[in-house]
Design a protein around this ligand. Structure first.
Ligand SMILES: Nc1ncnc2c1ncn2[C@@H]1O[C@H](COP(=O)(O)OP(=O)(O)OP(=O)(O)O)[C@@H](O)[C@H]1O
Length: 261
């Protein structure tokens, strides 16, 4: 398949069926462009996380194609997978589960950089191999003081832990970050702060996002374009400025109704 330069990820007719026979993802196609945030909204069980796992190459697709830049995820060999794992990072709902409780924050944070010695992120120029300085810089980017580097995860709040997982995701300067309900486990006041941080980071780093949530308000705040998923299918797709258009599908209007309260 021909990939246009500005396209970071292209999914074409992706289908994933579990052994129960149910199609969790059914003929889904989309494009994520450089620097853009694509939002994916749908109620629980609509297939959002399954699609995310396919994009992360954690699930094998049954039909269709997923291309990350010029690499076919659906046919990826070991070397392609190594490249994709570096370029596509993820932040999930539960930061407590994402951090090893036995590791100090500095060690969880630096895991990707410790592992991939040859990566030179632009924002760590001159300090890439000074481990503590690099870790301090990463924490600063997510607005956390460096004193947390020597703490264990249980000493941090949920929002602080999520900031650490975000810092870890950006640490190797990926091209795409999958954000799967990144604020769902956090207090409402913290949710807004994390979303603002994610927006600022996106602008600063020029990274692309796939932002996944059941909350249309959150998706609308974060995204340039929005896809609505229902029972494994994309039932609506539009620019965020067209959310209130009369042309929206009835299901989007239902979600909108919940959002407007
Ligand atoms: N490992 C699995 N084995 C079998 N069925 C699964 C598996 N994972 C998900 N499913 C089913 O696939 C469908 C889509 O689930 P998925 O978790 O992708 O939806 P979701 O929109 O992310 O929901 P949620 O927001 O609740 O996580 C659901 O019916 C779910 O029960």
């Amino acid at each position: 398949m021909r990939i246009v330069e500005q396209e970071v990820l292209v999914a074409k007719n992706v289908t994933k069926q579990y052994s129960s026979g149910q199609k969790a993802v059914d003929q889904v196609s989309f494009v994520i462009k450089k620097d853009e945030c694509l939002g994916l909204v749908g109620e629980s069980g609509s297939g959002k996380s399954t699609l995310a796992r396919c994009v992360l190459a954690l699930e094998k697709v049954d039909q269709g194609e997923i291309w990350f830049k010029e690499k076919p995820l659906h046919l990826a060999n070991k070397e392609d997978l190594r490249y994709i794992r570096r370029e596509v990072q993820a932040v999930f709902q539960n930061p407590a589960a994402a951090l090893n409780p036995k590791l100090k924050i500095i060690d969880s944070l630096m895991e990707p950089l410790d592992f991939q010695k040859n990566i030179q992120p632009s924002f760590l120029k001159g300090i890439r191999h000074q481990r503590e300085k690099a870790a301090e810089q990463l924490l600063e980017m997510v607005e956390l003081p460096s004193k947390y580097l020597s703490c264990y995860p249980h000493e941090l709040s949920g929002g602080q832990k999520q900031r650490v997982t975000i810092a870890r995701a950006i640490s190797i300067e990926p091209a795409l970050i999958i954000l799967d309900e990144p604020t769902a486990s956090l207090d409402v006041s913290v949710q807004a702060k994390i979303m603002n941080l994610l927006k600022d980071l996106q602008q600063y780093l020029g990274v692309s996002y796939l932002f996944i949530s059941h909350d249309l308000a959150a998706v609308n705040f974060m995204s340039d374009r929005i896809m609505v998923m229902k029972q494994g299918k994309i039932v609506d797709e539009f620019s965020k400025y067209d959310l209130f258009s009369l042309k929206r599908e009835p299901y989007t209007k239902e979600l909108l109704h919940v959002f407007e309260g």
